[in-house]
Design a protein. Structure first.
Ligand code: F6R
Length: 260
């Protein structure tokens, strides 16, 4: 695991976007795993800017999102399909058929999950998976106690996650309890992983992920076993790391080409 501590969210996001843009330049048919929520917003903003400047071409890229709320149609403003359209897809040249998000209105959840896994396989697997992290240590919507070998399936959100995500819904609107999410095992098969965490409310989950034991109680801690995972943080999210100075010095001593 590589821990990269940046002064703020903006510089952290620019770094993550530069890494994705480089991958897409080097491998035009790259398969990206994408996340929703607050953490990747500035990364998507920067990818859109790079695309407009002619520095990132998504014509042959394929994407798979981590998760979707069950029961929300793609047109619902809080659905993750809608989120991705608004913040990334409609601003870049990715063919809509190349974008995959679990189907929130499916009537056969096990079959939809099986097909999602199959589609990832057929695309050749995920080259780079972008992740956020829940305040409870979840990745995707794999809440604490999720099997670390799990595949795409239905999950129930914790009270905490429902509360954290209430901000994306209208006041008084019900936050769905059930979701379809890639499993921890699915995520771990990505060839590279970039996890973003910003703000003091992520500091505890980040410290448990990076410096705690590997445990299903903190699903993100399994990233310690991934051969190519980068954890990109702002200073606040790094606030509870014991070895922060070591991580800073390792990153600072790298040549520029190795920093992304
Ligand atoms: C989103 C996802 C979640 C979020 C996490 C952090 O697709 O899978 O794991 O990444 O809940 O959310 P934010 O970034 O809103 O703090």
């Amino acid at each position: 695991m590589e821990i990269i501590i940046q002064p703020d969210r903006e510089s952290a996001s620019l770094l993550a976007a530069a890494k994705i843009a480089r991958l897409v330049r080097e491998k035009p048919h790259a398969v990206l795993g994408l996340a929703t929520g607050g953490s990747p917003l500035d990364v998507y903003g920067e990818l859109v800017r790079l695309h407009r400047e002619g520095r990132a071409d998504f014509a042959y890229v394929t994407t798979f999102n981590l998760d979707e709320y069950l029961g929300l149609p793609g047109a619902h403003p809080a659905s993750y399909r809608h989120f991705m359209q608004e913040h990334l897809f409609r601003h870049i040249n990715i063919p809509s058929g190349n974008t995959h998000i679990p189907e929130g209105l499916t009537e056969d959840v096990p079959e939809a999950c099986k097909q999602y896994e199959e589609a990832i396989r057929q695309a050749g697997g995920i080259d780079l998976q972008l992740l956020g992290i829940g305040t409870d240590g979840h990745i995707g919507f794999n809440e604490p106690s999720s099997s670390l070998a799990s595949r795409t399936r239905i999950k129930s959100l914790t009270e905490q996650t429902q509360q954290d995500n209430r901000r994306f819904f209208q006041p008084g609107e019900h936050v769905p309890r059930h979701v379809i999410t890639m499993g921890v095992g699915t995520i771990m098969e990505a060839r590279e992983i970039v996890l973003l965490a910003f703000g003091a409310n992520k500091a505890e989950a980040v410290a448990a992920t990076v410096e705690g034991p590997i445990t299903a109680s903190v699903p993100a801690s399994i990233l310690q076993m991934h051969p190519a995972a980068k954890i990109i943080l702002d200073e606040e999210a790094a606030g509870e790391l014991k070895r922060a100075d070591y991580y800073r010095s390792v990153f600072a001593s790298k040549p520029a080409w190795q920093q992304i």
